[in-house]
Ligand binder design. Structure first.
Ligand code: BES
Ligand code: MN
Ligand code: MN
Length: 439
């Protein structure tokens, strides 16, 4: 990647466009304007579109060299997760720093740095008059916050596209690029239990009144996985088992045990390592992410809160699973105790490996990288992918992150050499998609 281009990425990374709390609207706007300016400088069109007070979307266009070319949406997100404790960062999160072959910054891998080579590839091909497909640019600012602006935009957009490219995922390993054909969905729920009007003395009232933390524990317990690591049947409804061919293809990938060992994880069940690919790609999972309530003194807590997430396997229905999760939570609430639930849902997605777009993409990435591209599933979620799919747009989900980029954590980074690798693959991919059958 040209030095000037890298400088431009560093400047984008310097904008603290945090969407998950602690961020400022002016920075989200600045990051959106910054991306729009990149498209405009290349000679393309770009505007900011705001849906019902959400963070601005960047919607742009780079026209193909020839009339009648297929249309390809390129997608990334400019919003980032909050950096967390600053003292845990070796260099400040919004001052990009190159160390040991990695670029460190919040957003270096998720997603500014991961998406940027795709944007640069499209702009570069357009500027030199080579661009073989119509490129529509869609960059959102609410991906990390479960925002709905981009979903509303995709739904209302009448023009559509012949396919979309999403660079917001990772390689299988440093020698294996990947196309992520399956992503899990996610129901996120904030739970508030109110058992009393105020905290009460545990000696004077304990044993006679409801305790909010006890109620919280009671309602969460039935949702936990069993000793084999499986969720109850109601929460697995609709999950589609992978085909024999797909299970077989996962055997060629890195063993799941290695993935768990890499982070020193304690397995949930005896076969969690061996069964990792299937569980992570084709099973739902439930996590309690956060709990708050009470105090380390003799009180009966009046209120307790928890944040929980149910990852959904491909095939599961987002609305139905949100309703089921909420039903199970409400089931166990004792009389008189108030339960408040606030949920957001992202739908899972899965693409057939023989789709023309996937085949073209695989071959293009093979050629440009000189490596063998794997078709994988990810346990993570990218909500817009299901929105594109619902609009009849096949999606090539890829990107050149690695498992150890520490996205969402302190010291997030991106492999420096992957900026070039990614740009090369993105150029080849965009040009190859000219062969896509037009819808
Ligand atoms: N880019 C990630 C998801 C991801 C990471 C997919 C690595 C594949 C490989 C995305 O920004 C993300 O963090 N998504 C959230 C979505 C949630 C807020 C609905 C997630 O998965 O937690
Ligand atoms: Mn992302
Ligand atoms: Mn993310």
């Amino acid at each position: 990647m040209e030095p000037g281009r890298l400088e431009e990425l560093y400047d984008w990374l310097r904008i603290p466009s945090i969407s998950t709390g602690g961020g400022e609207a002016k920075d989200l706007l600045a990051a959106a304007e910054f991306a729009a300016a990149i498209v405009r400088r290349a000679g393309g069109e770009a505007e900011l579109v705001t849906v019902e007070g959400g963070n601005p979307l960047v919607i742009g266009e780079l026209r193909a060299r020839d009339e009648g070319a297929p249309t390809v949406i390129i997608y990334g997100h400019y919003d980032v997760q909050s950096p967390g404790p600053l003292e845990a960062w070796q260099s400040p999160p919004f001052e990009p720093e190159l160390r040991g072959g990695r670029l460190y910054a919040r957003g270096a891998a998720d997603d500014k740095g991961n998406f940027y080579p795709l944007l640069v590839a499209a702009c570069g091909l357009f500027e030199s008059g080579e661009l073989a497909v119509n490129v529509r640019v869609v960059i959102e600012g609410e991906e990390e916050a479960g925002g709905e602006s981009v979903a509303a935009w995709v739904k209302a957009d009448e023009r559509g596209a012949d396919c979309a490219i999403v660079f917001d995922s990772a390689m299988e390993d440093a020698n294996t690029p990947a196309i992520t054909v399956g992503l899990r969905g996610c129901v996120s729920t904030m739970i508030t239990v109110t058992a009393q009007p105020r905290d009460l003395h545990s000696g004077l009232y304990g044993g006679s009144v409801q305790n909010a933390l006890h109620v919280l524990q009671q309602i969460l317990t039935p949702l936990l996985p069993d000793a084999e690591g499986n969720l109850r049947g109601e929460l697995r409804a609709g999950a589609v088992p992978p085909s024999a061919a797909e299970l077989e293809s996962w055997q060629q990938l890195r063993p799941g045990q290695e993935i768990l060992d890499e982070v020193g994880a304690t397995p949930l069940a005896s076969n969690s390592g061996d069964d990792f690919r299937r569980r992570n790609g084709a099973e739902p999972s439930f996590e309690v992410n956060w709990i708050e309530g009470g105090a380390a003194r003799t009180v009966v807590p009046a209120q307790a809160r928890a944040y929980v997430t149910l990852r959904l396997a491909p095939g599961q229905d987002g609305a139905a699973m949100q309703a089921e999760l909420e039903r199970l939570l409400r089931n166990e609430v004792p009389p008189g105790v108030e339960l408040e639930l606030e949920s957001h849902t992202a739908t899972p997605s899965l693409f057939a490996t023989d789709l023309p777009a996937i085949k073209i993409a695989r071959e293009a990435i093979d050629r440009a990288s000189g490596m063998k591209t794997a078709l994988i599933r990810s346990g993570g979620s990218i909500p817009v992918v299901a929105d594109f799919a619902a609009a009849g747009i096949p999606v090539i989900v890829s990107g050149f992150g690695l498992a150890d980029d520490e996205i969402h954590a302190p010291n997030e980074s991106f492999t420096f050499d992957h900026f070039d690798l990614s740009e090369r693959c993105a150029r080849e991919l965009l040009q190859a998609l000219a062969a896509l059958p037009r819808g």
